[in-house]
Design a protein around this ligand. Structure first.
Ligand code: MG
Length: 161
């Protein structure tokens, strides 16, 4: 069997007056992430990891932020598109591991729901999807934004080339 590995990283600024959506789950908080779409940083990182594994570029190339089609769009809709592209390329998701970097809010209570949503959207068993959260001890982003790393392993289902 042939495998591909991918990594993605994203960060968005926290601002008042925006919804906070992480891995498709809306989280009650006084601020949300600024962006052209819903600014779901962990999903953006995951899409870049999958696209990276496929050597198909990145989400900036696929879903440009100057295109009104993608204004305020749910990143889970974009993830669904990336998942379909992955299957068209002949691959399935072996596993994905996401790390969200946030000083606040506390995310532990939402992790299960996030994994459910990703598993459903990607159409893979939940034991292949990991979501973790950490802080940066008030260094780095220091609560001004939320970042995310994602790595994934893709398994080739049928060789195309
Ligand atoms: Mg982004």
């Amino acid at each position: 069997m042939s495998f591909r590995i991918g990594h993605g990283y994203d960060v968005h600024t926290l601002v008042p007056g925006r919804r906070l959506v992480l891995c498709g789950v809306e989280i009650p908080f006084e601020k949300g992430l600024l962006g052209h779409s819903d600014a779901d940083a962990p999903v953006h990182a995951l899409m870049d990891a999958i696209l990276g594994a496929l050597a198909l570029g990145d989400i900036g190339k696929l879903f440009p932020d100057n295109d009104d089609t993608y204004k305020n769009i749910s990143s889970m809709t974009l993830l669904r598109n990336v998942s379909l592209m992955m299957r068209e390329e002949g691959f399935t998701l072996g596993n994905a591991d996401i790390t969200i970097i946030a000083e606040e809010p506390k995310l532990a209570g939402y992790i299960g729901n996030m994994r459910d949503k990703l598993s459903e959207t990607l159409n893979v068993p939940i034991n292949r999807i990991s979501v973790k959260a950490t802080t940066e001890e008030h260094l780095g982003l220091a609560g001004n934004g939320i970042g995310a790393h994602a790595v994934c392993l893709l398994e080739e289902i049928f060789p195309l080339r």
